[in-house]
Ligand binder design. Sequence first.
Ligand code: SAM
Ligand code: SF4
Length: 351
Amino acid sequence: MSIRLPILSGGSPPEHPNGGGGDRLVDSYGRTIRDLRLSLTDRCNFRCTYCMEPDVRFKRKVDLLTDTEFVRLVHICAGFGIRRVRLTGGEPTLHPTLPELIADISAVGLDDLSMTTNGSRATPEDMRTWKAAGLRRLTFSLDTLREDRFASITRSKTSVATVLRAIGDAVASGLTPVKVNVVVVRGFNDDEIEDLAAMARDFDVDMRFIEYMPLDSGHQWEMNKVVPAGEILERIERRFPLTSRGRERMETPAASFVFADDGPGRIGVIASVTRPFCGACSRLRITADGKVVPCLFSHDEWDLRGLLRGGVDDDQIAVALAGAVWSKTAGHRIRHDDFRQPDRPMSAIGG
Ligand code: SAM
Ligand code: SF4
């Protein structure tokens, strides 16, 4: 049976063969969706230069999903076998009822529930509460160890010391393995790669170096600002010989390494631009305003909020999800002449 989907934005919905009736979400290239990235808000207390311009406009509160709507979507996704969920944003710790939402999402019955945060607002007590509510792991973002640079990258009043303390607290509270994302931008923080890699050993965390992607709201991205993952690895290896661990799972974006001297911590590199891993992508992204964004670089998005608020049943939402996933493109075309940066910045998609 082929089904035409209602109330979707971004042109005609694709036709797809399973009509949402299957037990998995599969795209038209045969990739199965196993991971959900759920953005809890597009707001943030930082304005990282590679992500959000100071004058970025946030969605109206009424346009954001309610907790009940978030949980309903997680339930529907779980019906498709999606058991790994990452909460993100914007800054998810700004969500006003985060502990309750974590508890409700966790109660759906997941294999993994993690959250990505800038670490500016996470106290040890918060972490205990989140863990008790069902959060398993925390990922932080930290792009520099220098306070002056941190201020200019994040355009915030938070300090590096605050984020480092939060990372240490997360390790102590057992929200592990703790990961720390570093977006490497040429001429900005690439001279700190080795020092940031050393943090893996100091804190016993996974330091994950991410290539800068064209998803900044200011559209300032240029290929010459991307530091290729190969170069990042070479620099780290000059200071710390590494042993490859491959990928945790085939669909994991980070190529993972341990220290050859068996030191604590791990290194990951995410080569989204120079060595895309689109062929193994298993992700579905749902934005805080209830759109399915099949790929970070999608220009089309599919509206679930209208369905959620339109009185339809879960099966109809499942059909819409299946259609959106079916539309997932083979891969991004960042290095092609016809590449066009999407309007939605990373902060409004959910990285
Ligand atoms: N506010 C939280 C944080 O910063 O950890 C969560 C949301 S943030 C959008 C998720 C991740 O996306 C962060 O690790 C951030 O560094 C990364 N990110 C943002 N803009 C990016 C870009 N243009 N290229 C690569 N990664 C980016
Ligand atoms: Fe905020 Fe995270 Fe974007 Fe920085 S990367 S502006 S912390 S959403």
